[in-house]
Design a protein around this ligand. Structure first.
Ligand code: NAD
Length: 437
């Protein structure tokens, strides 16, 4: 089989490479000529563990190629996937579908023979029908079906998530298109992955319901963490105590500085907008969005409080900038709120992130960077752990203590044990562990 993947970003590149690993001929198409040039030269434009080997192997095997030319990409393709960005539309929070619709128009103008058009991007309910209408209007003669096939992979673990998913969701109303989709996901049938076939609308809704539910779970435990601090309880024990209940589940119950990243913030907002448009407001999700927004400022305030109420003229070392470890993705990272708030409060911020500093430098001004965690901490008045990269989990505490001007540690990811930290002489602040006041 052969497919074209339009959009060679975090989702398109991983998905394209994984399909080629399944034995499918994949051509990844992107408008960004620089990105395609780098890929052709064997360079991976994003950081995602394992992706370099996967791409290299499949390029060598002749199953994976890259182009800026959609016609070349779509030649002889059984299916074309749309994996372009759907960011928040500036001003109103709706998903910006201009890239998806532009791709639909380009597909219509290029299509030759029966093609399955698949929306892999996260798109609001109704988008698949609109893609169908756009293509039909431009090419009344074309033979095609539109499917929705939302992606659930997580950055940092994307390859495994794609290769061994909990389920695959396919919104598809034609037998012929279902056959093509079954063919593409054939290796997953062999490992008995549940494949859920639904209507287009249901599939689109599943993606938003999943992401907003997970964002709600995170926000729930964050608020419980705040209460734990007040009442003298430990949020980790609470999370374990409730998470062992099969109806609740243990995942996504880790407190922190609020959810960020390229999906949850924009998807919660987009679903809120869709619900308002349909006159069926989602008040829980509206509150989740509001609580999470406020939390990021509250985390900056927590760092200021740990510094004795003011950071003016002080240096704060910030460890971790990306929204989570094992990615270079800075989109909607909590650091984008926390760092500017510290700067505005008069601090000098010296940051270190293993993969995110180039991206961060494009998005924020006025930060100094260290080349290691220790360099960032050298002479600082406090250190804040904002992203839980593995290398921040086992820092040399004695060295840290020597480097810092004051032994102030604000651990927004709870990677250290409060007792150990206090025993080592640190003034240690974390999230939701009220038993250690
Ligand atoms: P991205 O910004 O990393 O990549 C999008 C790519 O599409 C860019 O390289 C851009 O140049 C390209 N593009 C845009 N219009 C094009 C066109 N007409 N022709 C060719 N290329 C075009 O975005 P992403 O993070 O991969 O997300 C893509 C979609 O997948 C979004 O809808 C997102 O919500 C969804 N999603 C993302 C994740 C994730 O973890 N990043 C997970 C699940 C779903």
């Amino acid at each position: 089989m052969r497919i074209a993947m339009i959009g060679t970003g975090y989702v398109g590149l991983v998905t394209g490479a994984c399909f080629s690993e399944f034995g499918v001929d994949v051509c990844c198409v992107d408008k960004d000529a620089g990105k395609i040039q780098r890929l052709k030269a064997g360079e991976i434009p994003i950081f995602e563990p394992g992706l370099d080997q996967l791409v290299e192997g499949n390029v060598k095997a002749g199953r994976l190629s890259f182009t800026t030319d959609l016609r070349e990409g779509m030649a002889g393709a059984d299916a074309v996937f749309i994996a372009v960005g759907t960011p928040s539309r500036r001003g109103d929070g709706h998903a910006d579908l201009s890239y998806v619709y532009a791709a639909a128009r380009e597909i219509a103008d290029t299509m030759d023979g029966y093609t399955v058009v698949v929306t892999k991007s996260t798109v609001p309910v109704g988008t698949g029908r609109e893609v169908e209408a756009i293509i039909r209007e431009r090419r009344p003669d074309a033979r095609f079906d539109v499917c929705s096939n939302p992606e659930f992979l997580r950055e940092g673990a994307a390859i495994n998530d794609f290769m061994r998913p909990d389920r695959v969701v396919i919104g598809c109303e034609s037998e012929r298109a279902q056959e093509v989709m079954r063919g593409l996901y054939r290796p997953l049938y062999l490992i008995e992955t549940p494949i859920v076939f639904t209507s287009l609308e249901t599939s689109e809704m599943i993606k938003y319901a999943a992401n907003t539910f997970l964002a709600t779970k995170i926000t729930f435990i964050n608020e419980i963490a705040d209460l734990c601090e007040k009442v003298g309880a430990d949020v980790h024990d609470v999370a374990r105590g409730i998470g062992l209940d099969g109806r609740i589940g243990r995942k996504f119950l880790h407190p922190g500085p609020g959810y960020g990243g390229s999906c949850f913030p924009k998807d919660t907002l987009a679903l809120v907008k869709t619900a308002q448009d349909y006159g069926a407001p989602l008040r829980i999700i509206e509150t989740v969005v509001d609580v999470n927004d406020r939390r990021k400022q509250a985390m900056a305030d927590r760092i200021v409080a740990a510094c004795g109420g003011s950071v003016a003229g002080k240096t704060v070392a910030v460890l971790g900038l990306t929204f989570k470890p094992n990615t270079d993705d800075m989109r909607d990272s909590p650091a984008l709120d926390i760092v500017p708030a510290l700067l505005a409060a008069g601090a000098t911020v010296r940051a270190y992130d293993p993969e995110g500093m180039d991206e961060a430098a494009k998005l924020m001004d006025g930060i100094e960077y260290g080349q290691s965690a220790y360099e960032a901490m050298d002479g600082a008045d406090a250190v804040a752990i904002v992203t839980e990269w593995n290398e921040f989990r086992a820092l040399d505490l004695a060295r840290m203590k020597k480097l810092l001007k004051a032994p102030v540690v604000v651990d927004l990811r709870n990677v250290y044990d409060p007792k150990d930290m206090r025993a080592a002489g640190f003034e240690y602040t974390c999230v939701g562990r009220g038993t250690d006041r």
